[in-house]
Every structure is written in structure tokens, then in C-alpha cells.
Ligand binder design. Structure first.
Ligand SMILES: Nc1ncnc2c1ncn2[C@@H]1O[C@H](COP(=O)(O)OP(=O)(O)OP(=O)(O)O)[C@@H](O)[C@H]1O
Ligand SMILES: [Mg+2]
Length: 340
């Protein structure tokens, strides 16, 4: 029997209060991550990727989880005590954010920050923690770690800072590392190095990786499975190779078409999808992607399609799949519909 997933997110809704009333930034998101696996969550800016990952960690600020379930090794995290979530963030779960400078404290050396992180997880003499800090910096490929351990964050390049963030995340030897756009602030060469580092660390430490990105090229490079999000909804999911080879949702296809190829002229902007993701308050009636969709049908502005399960582990939210359905009442948007 396959082992149960490490993380199981089920029909998650996240609500934020706004002056115009509450809005759902994430609406019915479900996915799983198994031990050792890399799952990518991809979508344009504003699709709800960060809100989803912050919700898993209990870090929503003014927002709250209004429905759904998040199971970590069968433990329910929705409604768990803040103290328990804090404990899990230092043991089972670790995270890396997009901008290392906002996560590193400018007033302390990176050595001090690593020592503090190490000692927060388990009792450890300062000297031993210091030695482990140098070892971790060596492991993440920071040059000259004995000297760099005394450096302040501003004395390091963006890529080096991000290596330090990876080292800090590894201090608790997490079962699941959540990396939210870990390379967006970096140039392409350094991006490739950090992605390679994440892959190596994942292999060596046996971690699962939940990788949040807006870049399909990063998905192709890194992930086993992909969850495509649009305006707070999951619109497609499946194994990466399959989704890239034959995307079933027009939004996924558009994201794939925006991957630059060697033939793409470097001096031209990336081919992007015209228009932008609506905010939760402005989400149109019907399919949320319909105003931008090249395959739009009349029906798409009238009702939102359900997530069609095309086969186990492969799903897409689009009325185009309806042809495969037997006649019957139109399914509701919130349901998962099994294609016969
Ligand atoms: N505190 C908040 N209050 C109200 N709305 C919010 C809040 N945080 C996020 N949102 C809204 O939720 C939606 C999803 O935001 P989120 O940050 O998850 O997007 P994202 O997919 O991570 O985008 P990006 O690629 O830009 O990081 C956005 O429309 C955003 O405006
Ligand atoms: Mg984000």
C-alpha cells in the first residue's frame, strides 16, 4: 500500500477582511505532498500561491482559514494552537522566502543567526552550534565559511544571502521545506545555482519540497508534480512531464507558451498572457480565466466549471472537458467531477 502523504491539503479556503467585506483569496485548494517529493505551485502574480503556503504555516496575519483541512502526518493544522504551529515550524516545516534581506536580521552576523536557529531547535552548547553553523555554510556552498560566519547580511550578495536562508531552513532538518519564489530576486546564473542547491539538499536530507513559483521553466526543471493556480483556484494538476507535454487547461497552456526557448530573442520581453489576474473581489462570474482565455465559450461567462478529474492524480478545471461527460445536470464549481 502506498504510504499516506506527508502533507494533505483539502478544500482550503482563506478569507481576508477588506473595507468592501470579506474576500476569499484562496477558494477550495486541494493537493498533497509525499515524503521526499517536489511539488510546484505555479501561477501568475496574485493567483494565491503565497496565501496558500502561509495558510499551511499558520502565518496569515489578518486573514483566516474559513474552511478546509491541512493534515501534516495526519495531524490537523487548521485550528491547531499557535504554540503547536510554532513548534512545527521549527521542526517539521521550514520555509524560505523570496527576499532574503527581509528575513535576515541586518543587525546580527549570519553566524549569530544560524547559532540562534540551531539552539532554538535543540539544546546545544554555543561552541558546538558555532561549529555546526560553519559546517552548514560549507554545505550550502558559501565560500570561505570560517570567515563568512562573521559577516553581516549586507556584506553578502543576493545569491549568498539566499544560501544562508537555505542553511537556516536546514537547521531544523525539516520533513517539508516550503520555498516561496526563492530565486525571483536573483539573476539567471545564480538562480540555477540556488535551484541546484535546493535539489542537492533535498536529496541529501530526504526532504519534501513545496516550491512556489510563477515560472514554468523552474517547474520543468525541479518538480515531480505541479499544481497550477489561477485567481485562488486550482485549475490543473498532475505529473510535471505529462502536464508540460499535454496541458489540458488553456491557462496552463498559456503559461507553458510563456517559457522562453533558445529561439526567443533575449532583448525582447517574455511573451506573457495579455491582461492580469483579477483580485478576489473582482473575480468575474463564470470561469475566472474566461476574459483572457483564447478558447472561451458562451458558457464560460455563465458558470464556473468544476475541477474535472481526468484520471487519478490528473485534473483540470475547464468546460472543454464537458464533452466527455454523460448528459446530466451541470456540476457545481466547487465539486470535483469524475470524467466517466
Ligand atoms: N492581507 C491581505 N488582505 C487582502 N487581500 C490579500 C491579502 N494578502 C493577499 N491578498 C490577496 O490575495 C490574492 C493572492 O495573493 P498571493 O500573495 O497569494 O499571490 P501570489 O500568487 O503569491 O502572487 P505573487 O506571485 O505576486 O507572489 C491577491 O489578490 C492579494 O491581493
Ligand atoms: Mg507570492
Amino acid at each position: 500500500m502506498p504510504s499516506p502523504p506527508l502533507l494533505e491539503v483539502n478544500d482550503l479556503y482563506v478569507r481576508f477582511p477588506t473595507p468592501a467585506g470579506p474576500v476569499n483569496a484562496v477558494a477550495g485548494v486541494s493537493f498533497t505532498v509525499s515524503a521526499g517529493e517536489t511539488v510546484a505551485v505555479v501561477g501568475e502574480s496574485g493567483s494565491g500561491k503565497s496565501v496558500s503556503s502561509l495558510a499551511l504555516l499558520g502565518l496569515l496575519g489578518s486573514g483566516n482559514i474559513s474552511a478546509g483541512s491541512v493534515l501534516l502526518r495526519d495531524e490537523e493544522l487548521v485550528g491547531a494552537a499557535p504554540e503547536r504551529l510554532r513548534q512545527l515550524r521549527g521542526s517539521e516545516l521550514a520555509m524560505i522566502f523570496q527576499n532574503p534581506m527581509s528575513s535576515l536580521d541586518p543587525l546580527f552576523t549570519i553566524g549569530d543567526q544560524l547559532v540562534e536557529a540551531l539552539r532554538a531547535h535543540r539544546p546545544m552548547a554555543r561552541r558546538a552550534a558555532r561549529a555546526r553553523a560553519v559546517e552548514l555554510l560549507r554545505e550550502v556552498g558559501l565560500p570561505d565559511p570560517e570567515r563568512r560566519v562573521r559577516a553581516y547580511p549586507h556584506e553578502l550578495s543576493g545569491g549568498q544571502q539566499q544560501r544562508v536562508m537555505v542553511a537556516i531552513a536546514l537547521t531544523c532538518e525539516p520533513a517539508l521545506l516550503i520555498a516561496d519564489e526563492p530565486t525571483t530576486a536573483l539573476d539567471v546564473t545564480v538562480e540555477a545555482q540556488i535551484l541546484e542547491l535546493l535539489r542537492t539538499m533535498q536529496r541529501e536530507h530526504g526532504m519534501a519540497l513545496l516550491l512556489i513559483t510563477h515560472d514554468m521553466a523552474v517547474v520543468a526543471e525541479m518538480a515531480d508534480r505541479v499544481v497550477v493556480m489561477y485567481a485562488g483556484r486550482v485549475v490543473e494538476q498532475g505529473p510535471v512531464a505529462e502536464v508540460l507535454r499535454s496541458p489540458r487547461n488553456p491557462y496552463t497552456r498559456a503559461l507553458i507558451d510563456s517559457i522562453p526557448t533558445p529561439a526567443t530573442p533575449r532583448d525582447q520581453p517574455m511573451p506573457a498572457i495579455a491582461g492580469s489576474v483579477p483580485t478576489p473581489a473582482e473575480a468575474p462570474a463564470g470561469c475566472r480565466f474566461h476574459p483572457r482565455c483564447p478558447s472561451v465559450l458562451d458558457r464560460c461567462s455563465e458558470a464556473e466549471p468544476p475541477l474535472y478529474e481526468l484520471r487519478p492524480g490528473r485534473a483540470s478545471r475547464c468546460w472543454l472537458h464537458d464533452g466527455a461527460l454523460r448528459a446530466g445536470p451541470a456540476p457545481a464549481a466547487g465539486e470535483v467531477h469524475h470524467v466517466a
